[in-house]
Design a binder for this molecule. Structure first.
Ligand SMILES: Cc1ncc(COP(=O)(O)O)c(C=O)c1O
Length: 460
């Protein structure tokens, strides 16, 4: 532990006290353990206690912690050049990273706009969309359509597009008007006599009606997470859903913006989750797994058609941040992406994903309070219910998600439980997003500890 912390009266044992810290933490009433080191899938706190990181923080740490190749690449870049403002220079490392990302991007994507995280990526995608329509002489297009129960980040633009009622509530007076349609939430919304395909087409029809209501030539884009992440607990799309959406958007000249900040960059077993849906978006937002948490970095991959409109129109994107394309962030992301390719980690995600699915089925398949186990690759959600047959959720006042997180942390396990699964207020789920490098034994230990944590947290 650093001497400054040891000497500090604010630190009692391994925890920082909420009463005395000067950091404006997310939660102002809770003490927090102090993380001091990380290696592989394990984090260690100041008391020496270890935690298995089964959620990669928030689906970030795809290579785990302390990966030597990534650290070496960052050190080398810092020694050469840490930062050069992008209005004066480009850097070799940003150019190289963009080349790597475009080589492996869905067909037609031609350029990468670098930012520092997921919200910035989505915010940039929204503004790119609006400017694109101005560039091509359709300034009357002004509406975004998104989905309920989605999460696209916390800045005001993307919060407006996001569909999580609780997160939006107090900021509503500040948010632009966005139309929201139903998410693809098979467990709760597919009728018993409906096939998954028919359910998907029902959702596409709902979007078609919304487009018609707003006026097709006023709609700019439909925005969705390819696999829904944090707010509804890993919602995988039904077959044909995104193809139907893509066709509908094309018919009306509407863009498709896919948010793969959480589900992308290999998490579902393909580099981009949209590959599994057989669609190519116009704009694709990535972040978390791009840099694996070694540096803050996100990006928007843009279709060539859009980029051409900017190039032959005004010639500039009227946007920008100070840290766009930060050299050390690009070096970290480049190293992460090279390791994924060199070590064939996408195949490993698929194989370990099958192991994890089997373990979850074994421990929770018949669990009276686990209603649904869903996911892909190393991205899994467990939806918790008070009663399996009625699918009734637990009383939100119980704060089951917080109890599970507490119990899991006590057992040395990091998972990502969340409430509001059903409608932003009711329901609880647990999200798992372990590093791609997790071994089978580590995954077995994760699920064992999780089963213990869930059983301890659920009231008798
Ligand atoms: C799908 C999705 N989009 C956007 C974001 C926002 O990313 P950030 O927290 O890096 O701003 C998140 C974060 O969880 C996310 O899951």
């Amino acid at each position: 532990m650093p001497q400054s912390l040891l000497a500090s009266p604010r630190l009692s044992a391994s925890h920082i006290s909420a009463a005395t810290t000067h950091v404006f933490h997310r939660q102002l009433q809770h003490d927090l353990p102090v993380a001091v080191s990380g290696q592989g899938i394990t984090l260690t706190d100041a008391s020496g206690k270890t935690y298995l990181d089964a959620s990669g923080g928030a689906a970030v740490s795809c290579l785990g912690h302390g990966h030597p190749d990534v650290l070496a690449a960052m050190h080398a870049q810092i020694d050469r050049l840490a930062y050069a403002h992008t209005s004066f220079f480009t850097t070799e490392v940003a150019e190289e990273l963009a080349d790597v990302l475009i080589e492996s991007a869905p067909t037609g994507m031609s350029h990468v706009y670098f930012v520092s995280g997921g919200s910035e990526a989505m915010e940039a995608a929204l503004k790119m969309t609006r400017q694109y329509f101005c560039e091509i002489g359709q300034p009357q297009r002004r509406h975004f359509i998104a989905r309920r129960q989605s999460y696209h980040g916390n800045t005001l633009g993307v919060l407006a597009v996001g569909g999580n009622a609780w997160r939006r509530e107090q900021f509503k007076p500040l948010l632009m008007d966005v139309a929201h349609v139903a998410p693809c939430y098979e467990y709760r919304d597919r009728a018993p006599d409906e096939t998954p395909e028919a359910y998907g087409q029902r959702l596409v029809a709902e979007l078609a009606q919304t487009i018609e209501r707003l006026g097709a030539d006023t709609v700019m884009a439909f925005v969705a997470e390819t696999v829904g992440g944090a707010t509804a607990g890993v919602l995988t799309p039904v077959p044909g859903y995104f193809k139907g959406i893509r066709d509908l958007c094309d018919r009306h000249g509407i863009l498709l913006i896919l948010d793969e900040v959480m589900c992308g960059m290999g998490r579902t077993g393909k580099l981009h989750a949209c590959e599994q849906e057989g669609v190519v978006p116009d704009l694709l937002a990535i972040a978390k797994g791009l840099g694996g948490g070694y540096q803050p970095i996100g990006a928007v991959l843009a279709h060539g058609r859009l980029v051409e409109a900017f190039r032959y129109g005004s010639g500039l994107f009227q946007h920008g941040h100070t840290y766009l394309g930060h050299a050390v962030a690009c070096a970290a992301a480049l190293a992460v992406q090279r390791v994924i390719r060199r070590d064939d980690l996408l195949a490993q995600v698929r194989a370990r994903g099958r192991t994890l699915q089997g373990l979850l089925q074994h421990h929770f398949g018949e669990h009276p309070h686990v209603g649904d186990i869903r996911g892909r690759g190393l991205f899994w959600g467990l939806e918790l219910v008070a009663d399996r047959s009625s699918r009734q959720w637990f009383d939100p006042a119980l704060k089951l998600h917080a109890r599970i997180k507490r119990e899991a942390m006590a057992l040395g396990l990091m998972v990502y439980p969340m409430s509001g699964t059903v409608d932003g207020r009711c329901g609880d789920h647990i999200l798992l997003a372990p590093p791609f490098i997790a071994s089978e034994d580590e995954l077995a230990l994760v699920v064992e500890r999780l089963a213990m944590a869930v059983n301890r947290a659920i009231p008798a």
